[in-house]
Design a protein around this ligand. Sequence first.
Ligand code: ATP
Ligand code: MG
Length: 415
Amino acid sequence: MKLSKLFTKTIKNPPADETAKNAKLLIQAGYIHKEMAGVYAYLPLGLRVVEKIKNIVREEMNAIDGQELIMTNLQPKDLWETTSRWDDEVVDVWFKTKLKDDSEVGLAWSHEEPIMRMAEKYISSYKDLPASVYQFQTKLRNELRAKSGIMRGREFLMKDMYSMHASAEDLDEYYEKVKVAYQKIYQRLGIGDDTYVTFASGGAFTKFSHEFQTICEAGEDVLYVNREQNIAVNEEVLEEAIKEFGIKRDQLEKVKSAEVGNIFNFGADKSETMDISFTDQDGSSKPIHLASYGIGITRVMGVLAEKLADEKGIVWPENVAPYRVVICALGDEPEVTKQADELYDKLVSSKVEVLYDDRDLRPGQKFSDADLLGIPYRLVVSKKNLDSGKIEIKKRTETEPKILDIDDILEVLVA
Ligand code: ATP
Ligand code: MG
């Protein structure tokens, strides 16, 4: 992609109406557009990041036999009445509206009830279990506060997976598999070392549920962690967890964190409330055991922008960066342009995702945009290096560039 053709442009100053660093940076760099508080559009660069995150999550969900589908945003009132969750006193984030015939519908803030209603159609026998389905879907929630940029949206992208089982034991086994898959995901996203499986307030049949919390100053949660023992507890259940696990309070460090994922065991609760059952091997009718597993795709993007940034801008991990490399052509001498054009073509044909700053701008402006955008590698084509047949390469995370032959550059970039 040539920067001269990119739909968006970087903005000189951060937006004044945002307090969250992630939103300031992402808007300034042209990744997102704020429609209103908590509601953001994902622009061409931003969408590439979203898709990269989704693909990592998708690969790991498929690896544990998850099957992808897409559910609906419009939800019928009667479905949610079966579990009393249509009531605004019970669920305080509903957006509700009416059809032309005056019947009420809600905009999906979760898909737990809909998936069970759907499962009823396909799961009648023990032979149909276990089953695991997931989606990437826009959730709509009327959040009270939306001051954390894309880390708390009123409209946001979630991956939600639901697994259904014939027994509690079968569910437990799968639940552990998902935990491992989640750890792989956060590792691949570049935040594995700072993301903790955290004890949080309970599931329907378990004392604790599990959150995946990433240490982050701008997060809205408070954790107590022991890094050596790899234990983390959400502040909300601290006393209970201390009692349960015999942890010592003074061995726990208090940190701010962001919930990047949540897994939840419903047991047979949902199925019983909704009166959904299957026929087991012995012919008896039994409830389906359900667990749900969420990941906040756009929240993760916000956490990455927020947490890994430096004073110059965003620093994307290589796995989620919208492009792997940016070429800055300095000056407008024909031989510089020619070499930069050739380099661009070569990288494109080698399937390296490359941005080409071919704009008529001063070197300083190109460098500061490359830093703000957070592209992992910067290549500089200039008259100076051209004479020696070399190209300058610098990693976004390093300060010193290297001067290399073009073949060596390709070796670094063609992974
Ligand atoms: P929170 O406590 O942060 O409101 P939650 O408990 O409501 O989260 P879930 O309903 O379990 O979250 O949703 C699954 C995941 O979706 C969360 O772990 C989080 O990563 C993400 N998420 C939840 N609410 C939002 C939001 N308003 N904006 C962006 N991501 C969100
Ligand atoms: Mg919430």
